[in-house]
Every structure is written in structure tokens, then in C-alpha cells.
Design a protein around this ligand. Sequence first.
Ligand SMILES: [Zn+2]
Ligand SMILES: [Zn+2]
Ligand SMILES: [Zn+2]
Length: 212
Amino acid sequence: MLLDFSTTFAWRCPFCGELELNEINIFYFSGSSRLEIKCGCDFTKLIIIKNNSKRYQLKYNCIICESEHRIFYTQSELWSNQVKKIKCVENGAELGYLGPYAEVKKLADLEEEYLELMMDKLEFEDYFSNPEVMLSVLNILHDIAENSGLICQCGNEDIEIEMLPGKVKLTCHQCYGAININAETKDDLLFLKKLRKVKILEGVVSALERTN
Ligand SMILES: [Zn+2]
Ligand SMILES: [Zn+2]
Ligand SMILES: [Zn+2]
């Protein structure tokens, strides 16, 4: 087994949520048996204690079950080039990674991407009263716009589309006419599907039902 006596932690700070990479090597343990890894916010994320020449202890506060966990690695495990997943001891959820820099970095990047996707998805679903209908309404409007069906009476064809929780607002910035399209129920969707053209009345703010 290859040991290069350096390893990288990817660990999300339980205090500020930042996922940082920290590289350590065996020389940190030459003068001391205890190493604290701190986040940029100064919170101590991990404590590594060298119990003896063959055994290392890793201590961390778990964000999942909010208690302190301790795991042990042998010297060859800790410095090996195999990626180790650090988990919540109670329920097995992955909290971080330990291993060669390149591989740990890849895993950390993936996790950040995944988290961003989840956040976007949650925000999207929280914001709209009916996210599925909203998506379909946007699709239909997009088709209508592609066929030059999204226009304003004043002659402007550059219409701004704004998404609100239960409706879409189309605004003409030339004359400030606007039209609201409901995007909440299946009926809203069926109604919109029949349309080929959405025309804003010059300088008038209206709702789609009344003008069509
Ligand atoms: Zn932090
Ligand atoms: Zn835990
Ligand atoms: Zn206009």
C-alpha cells in the first residue's frame, strides 16, 4: 500500500456550513499528538489525536445527530491513498471525506453541486403555488413567443416575462402595458393551451381572462 504521509479532509463546518479542504501531513504530529482543524470562521471542525505510533483518533461534532463522534484509524489507514468516507456513527449519513487531494476535491465539488441543485429545487418548489403548472405555463409562453405571438399593441415585441408565485406577468417596457396570466390550476393551463397569441393592450394593466 502506498503511503505518502499527507492527506486531505473535505469537511463541512457545522457552524457556518462552508465546505473547505484541509491538507495535513504526518509532520504535524512530530511535535504534538493533537491537531485541530479549524474552519475559516474559526470553528474547530475536527480534532485528530495520535494515540500512539499506530493509532489515530478522529473527533468531530456531527451535524446530523448533534453529538460528538470518535473514530479510529491505524497509521496505514489514515495515510493511505484510499478515500475514506467520514460518517455519522448513528445513522451512516456521509459528513466528509478523507484521502488524496484530487479525489477528495472531486467528491467535494460534486457534493457542492448536488447541494446547489437541491437548494434551487427547494426554492423553486417553495416559491410557486403550483410548480408543475408554472413550468408548463412557461413552456407554452415560450412556444407562443417563438411564433411571434407575444406582442404588445404599441408594436413592441420585446416582452418581459416575470414569474410570481401564482401567475406570470408580461410587461411591455415601451408603453408599460402589462398582462397577468394565472399559473396555478389545470384550468389555467388548458386555457392557455388554446391561445396562439397573447397581446398586451397599450398602456393597460390587465388580466388574460378579461382581454381574450
Ligand atoms: Zn465555519
Ligand atoms: Zn452523528
Ligand atoms: Zn407596449
